[in-house]
Write a protein that binds this ligand. Sequence first.
Ligand code: NAP
Length: 248
Amino acid sequence: MNTILITGCSSGFGLATAGYFLDRDWTVIATMRAPREDVLPGSDKLRILPLDVTDADSIARVVDAAGPINVLVNNAGVGMFNALEGVSMDMVREVFETNTLGTIAMTKAVLPQFRQRRSGTVINVTSSVTQQPLHLLSVYTGSKAAVNAFTESLALELEPFGVRARLVIPGRAPATSFGDNARARTGMNIPQAYGALAAQVFAGWQQSPEDVTHPMDVAEAVWRAATDPSCPMRLPAGADAVAAAKAA
Ligand SMILES: NC(=O)c1ccc[n+]([C@@H]2O[C@H](COP(=O)([O-])OP(=O)(O)OC[C@H]3O[C@@H](n4cnc5c(N)ncnc54)[C@H](OP(=O)(O)O)[C@@H]3O)[C@@H](O)[C@H]2O)c1
C-alpha cells in the first residue's frame, strides 16, 4: 500500500498531484490550511487533514494523524513579486517561513519513520526561477534556491538509509492561483523607481503564453520522482522549465 502526503492541496499543483495519485490507486493524504472536502473526488483512499507548514504544533499533529507514509511532497508555497526595496522584512520572513523553513520542518518531522523503515522519498517543489533568474523575484527565488541546496545536501546524508530526496522544478504556471494569492497577500506596492521595470516584466509575460507549465506537468513529475528510483535529482516540470534547465 503506497501512501503519499502532500502539502498545499487546496489548489494548483498540490490539488492536481493529489488527484493524479488517487487516480493511480495510491492512498493520498491531502493537507490544507483550511480543509475542504469538495475540491477532490470522494474516495476511501483520500484523507484530508489540516496543516499549516509554519506552525510546529500543526506539523506534529498531521504527522501523528497520518501514520506511516511512503512519500512526502513539500508543495505548499507563497509567492512575492516586488523589488526588494518594496517589501518589509516581515514579508520576507513570511516567504522564507513557508517556502524554506516549512519545507525543512516537514521533512525533519517525517525522517525518523523513513530512516527506521529504510525507505521513503521526500519531494520538494521549487521553481525554475532558481535556474533562470527573473526580475523582481529576489526574495522568492532565494527562498526556493535554499530548498534546492538543502535537498541536494540532504539526499547525500539519507542515501545510506535507503531514503531518497528529489526536486521537482516547475516553470511559470499562470493557470494556478499562485500569482493572485501573492498579490492578495502582499499587495502590489512596487516602488515608483521600479515601475517601468515591472511594466516591462508584465508585458513580457503577455507575449510568451505558449511556453508555460501546467498543473498536470507537475503531477507527472512528482509521480516520476516518487516511483522511478533512477529519476534525476532535479526534475524540471513544464515546457518552460525544461528549456530553462537546458539553458542553465
Ligand atoms: N504557479 C507558478 O507559477 C509556480 C511556478 C514555480 C513553482 N511554483 C511553486 O509551486 C507550489 C504550488 O504553487 P501553485 O502554483 O499550485 O500555487 P497555489 O495555487 O497558490 O497553491 C499554493 C498552495 O500552498 C498552500 N499554502 C500557502 N501557505 C501555506 C502554509 N503556511 N501552510 C500550508 N499550506 C500553505 C496554499 O494554501 P491556502 O489555500 O491555504 O493558501 C495552496 O494550497 C509553490 O511552492 C510554488 O512556489 C509555482
